[in-house]
Write a protein that binds this ligand. Structure first.
Ligand code: NOJ
Length: 562
C-alpha cells in the first residue's frame, strides 16, 4: 500500500511553510494579576507574587501569559479603566517589578502579551480631566463630545441592566461625552491623529519592555466612527488596524495582535485584514456553538460555525477558549439555542447576565469531570490556538454573591493554607473573597493537592496541554470535518507536512461506535495518542472506533504495510 494514502502528498498546498508563527502552536494562559498571587501580603496580587508562580505556569506547559490590565486605575472595571498607560498600579508593584517579571518569564521561554485598552480611558485619566476644560484645551478633541443630547443616548449599551446610556453630560465641559461602556470610561476619539500617535507610543513602549504582543480590547468599538445620533450608521475604519499592525511589525516583527472582536463571521476576514490586520482573534462564534453542542448533544450547528469561521490567510489564527474573565456571551445564538444553553448551564436568573450570557466558571457549569474533560479536549482540538483561564485547570468554582462578572474572579486556590496560599494578608483585606464553602472550597480544591494526585484535573490538563503541543498539525495544518455518521460526534482531521491527526469527540451520554469508511483512514492504522492502542482497519478498510459516553480520542494516522 502506498504511503501517500494516509499521509499528505508533498505537493499538497501547505497553509504555511514558516514555523516562525509561534502563536500558532502556543498555549495561552490568561490571568489577572490582582487575583493570582500576592507577593507582599497586602491582599492584592502583584508582579512579585506572579514571578514566584512562574515555575507553576511553566510546568503546566504555558507558552504565553496574557496579563489583564495592570496600569494605574481607579479599578471600577477590573482595571479596564486606565488612568496612566505608562505605569504600574502601585497595588501590583513597580515598573521594576514588571521588568523583573518579564525577565523571569522570558528566561523560562515564556512570552507575555498584555491588554491594550485603547477604546477608552478612565474618566480620571489626566487626558480626560484636561479635555473637560473646554474646546480650547488641546486634549478636548481626544474624546467624543456633543453639545446637544444625542437622540440615541440610551442606545448601543453594552452592559444592559447596569449601564444606562452611552452619552453622559459633563458639567464642566457642558457637553455630552460618548462612552460605549460604563460612564466612567469615556471613549477616545480615534479620528484624531494625535490620539492614534499616542497609542502607537503606548504600543512602542511596551514592545521596548519586551512584550510579545497585545490582546486588543473591544476592537470593533475602537474602529467605529462615533458621531451623535450615528449609531445606526456606524462605519468601521479598518485603516486604524492596518496602521497599528504596520507600526507593530516595524517595531517588532514577531509581535502579535490578538483581538477581542465578537463579530459576525462574515466580517472576520476584514479584521484579519488579509494579513494586514489582527494576527489572531478570539473565536467567540465557535465558543457559543461549542456550548450549544454540549447542551444539545448535536454537533450540527457547531460544525457549521467552524466552517463559517474557516480562515485561509496564512498568518491568521483563531484563539479558542472555553471561559474568560467576562460572561459567557451567547448573543450570537438564536433565542431557542440560547435558552437551551441557559437551561443546561445557567438555569437560575442569578447565573445569567446582561440578557445574553452566563456568569459562571467552567466547572460548576459543566458540573462533572467527564463533561469538563470533554469540553477541554474539544477546545484543544479546534483549529486555532487554545487560550486557558487561570483556575480552570483545577476546576475552580464561582461566587454568585459577587456583582456582575466578579463571580468568576475569585483568588487562585494554591493550597489549603489560610487564604488558599494566595495572600498572607488578613482575610478581610483580600481583593476578592475566596471560595471557602461547598465542593469548590479551597481546602478541598487547590493546586497543592492536585499536584500530588496523578488523576487530578490539573495533571490531566497538563497531559492534554502536552498532547496539543505535540500536534502542530492543529495549529499549522489544514483541517476538514469528518463525516462520522453520528450527529453527536465531532470528527476533525488535520494535515500538515505529511502527517495526519484525527480527533473524535462523542458529546452524547451513550457509548457508540463510529464507522470510518473513507480514505485516508481506510488505508491507515489509527495510533491512539493517549493510550497504548493502535487500531487496524477491517478487511474492507473500514474502521470501527469505539467512543465511551462523553468519550474523546486523538489519533495519528500511520500507513498500513502489506
Ligand atoms: C472588554 C473586557 O473584556 C471587559 O472585561 C471590559 O469590561 C470591557 N472590554 C471594557 O473595557
Amino acid at each position: 500500500m502506498s504511503t501517500t494514502q494516509c499521509t499528505t502528498p508533498a505537493q499538497l498546498r501547505y497553509r504555511t511553510m514558516i514555523d516562525d508563527y509561534w502563536y500558532k502552536n502556543a498555549i495561552i494562559y490568561s490571568l489577572d494579576l490582582e487575583t493570582f498571587m500576592d507577593g507582599n501580603g497586602d491582599g492584592v496580587g502583584d508582579f512579585r507574587g506572579l514571578s514566584e508562580r512562574l515555575d507553576y505556569l511553566h510546568g503546566l506547559g504555558v507558552d504565553v501569559i496574557w496579563l489583564a490590565p495592570f496600569q494605574p486605575t481607579p479599578n471600577r472595571d477590573n482595571g479596564y479603566d486606565i488612568s496612566d498607560y505608562y505605569g504600574v498600579d502601585p497595588r501590583h508593584g513597580s515598573g521594576g517589578d514588571f521588568a523583573e517579571f518579564m525577565h523571569l518569564a522570558n528566561d523560562r521561554g515564556m512570552k507575555v502579551i498584555i491588554d491594550l485598552v485603547i477604546n477608552h480611558t478612565s474618566d480620571q485619566h489626566p487626558w480626560f480631566q484636561q479635555a473637560r476644560q473646554g474646546e480650547d484645551n488641546p486634549y478636548h478633541d481626544w474624546y467624543v463630545w456633543s453639545k446637544e443630547k444625542p437622540e440615541d443616548a440610551e442606545e448601543g449599551i453594552i452592559f444592559p441592566g447596569v449601564q444606562e446610556r452611552t452619552w453622559t453630560y459633563d458639567r464642566k465641559a457642558q457637553k455630552y461625552y460618548f462612552h460605549r461602556f460604563y460612564e466612567f470610561q469615556p471613549d477616545l476619539n480615534m479620528g484624531n491623529p494625535a490620539v492614534r500617535e499616542e497609542l502607537h507610543r503606548v504600543v512602542g513602549y511596551y514592545l521596548s519592555l519586551g512584550v510579545a504582543g497585545f490582546r486588543v480590547d473591544a476592537v470593533p468599538f475602537v474602529l467605529e466612527t462615533q458621531v451623535p445620533g450615528g449609531l445606526d450608521n456606524v462605519k468601521i475604519r479598518f485603516e486604524i488596524l492596518e496602521d497599528l499592525r504596520q507600526f507593530l511589525s516595524w517595531r517588532r516583527g514577531d509581535a502579535v495582535l490578538l483581538g477581542e472582536a465578537n463579530v459576525d463571521p462574515k466580517q472576520a476576514k476584514k479584521y484579519f485584514g488579509d494579513g494586514g490586520g489582527l494576527h489572531m482573534m478570539f473565536n467567540f462564534y465557535v465558543n457559543q456553538f461549542l456550548f450549544h453542542a454540549l447542551a444539545s448533544k448535536d454537533t450540527g450547528p457547531l460544525r457549521k460555525a467552524l466552517e463559517q469561521t474557516r480562515m485561509d490567510l496564512p498568518m491568521a489564527q483563531w484563539g479558542h477558549f472555553l471561559r474568560n474573565h467576562d460572561e459567557l456571551d451567547l448573543g450570537r445564538l438564536s433565542e431557542e439555542q440560547r435558552q437551551l444553553v441557559f437551561e443546561h448551564f445557567g438555569p437560575k436568573k442569578e447565573m445569567q447576565l446582561y440578557d445574553r450570557g452566563i456568569r459562571r466558571r467552567l466547572a460548576p457549569m459543566l458540573s462533572d469531570r467527564p463533561q469538563i474533560e470533554l469540553a477541554y479536549s474539544l477546545m484543544f482540538s479546534l483549529p486555532g490556538t487554545p487560550v486557558m483561564r487561570y483556575g480552570d485547570e483545577l476546576g475552580m468554582g464561582d461566587d454568585l454573591s459577587l456583582k456582575e462578572r466578579d463571580a468568576v474572579r475569585t483568588p487562585m486556590q494554591w493550597s489549603e493554607d489560610s487564604n488558599a496560599g494566595f495572600s498572607s494578608a488578613s482575610t478581610k483585606d483580600l481583593v476578592h473573597p475566596l471560595i471557602d464553602k461547598g465542593p469548590y472550597a479551597f481546602r478541598l480544591l487547590n493546586v497543592e493537592e492536585q499536584m500530588r494526585r496523578d488523576d487530578s484535573l490539573l495533571n490531566w490538563t497538563k497531559r492534554m496541554v502536552r498532547l496539543r503541543k505535540e500536534c502542530p498539525e492543529i495549529g499549522y495544518g489544514e483541517w476538514e470535518l469528518v463525516d462520522t455518521g453520528q450527529p453527536a460526534v465531532l470528527g476533525i482531521r488535520y494535515r500538515f507536512r505529511g502527517k495526519i491527526v484525527l480527533i473524535l469527540h462523542n458529546l452524547s451520554d451513550e457509548p457508540l461506535v463510529v464507522e470510518l469508511k473513507k480514505k485516508p483512514e481506510t488505508a491507515c492504522r489509527l495510533i491512539d495518542l493517549r493510550e497504548v492502542v493502535a487500531l487496524a482497519p477491517e478487511k474492507d478498510g473500514t474502521h470501527l472506533v469505539r467512543l465511551g459516553s462523553l468519550g474523546y480520542r486523538w489519533f495519528r494516522l500511520k500507513e498500513v504495510r502489506d
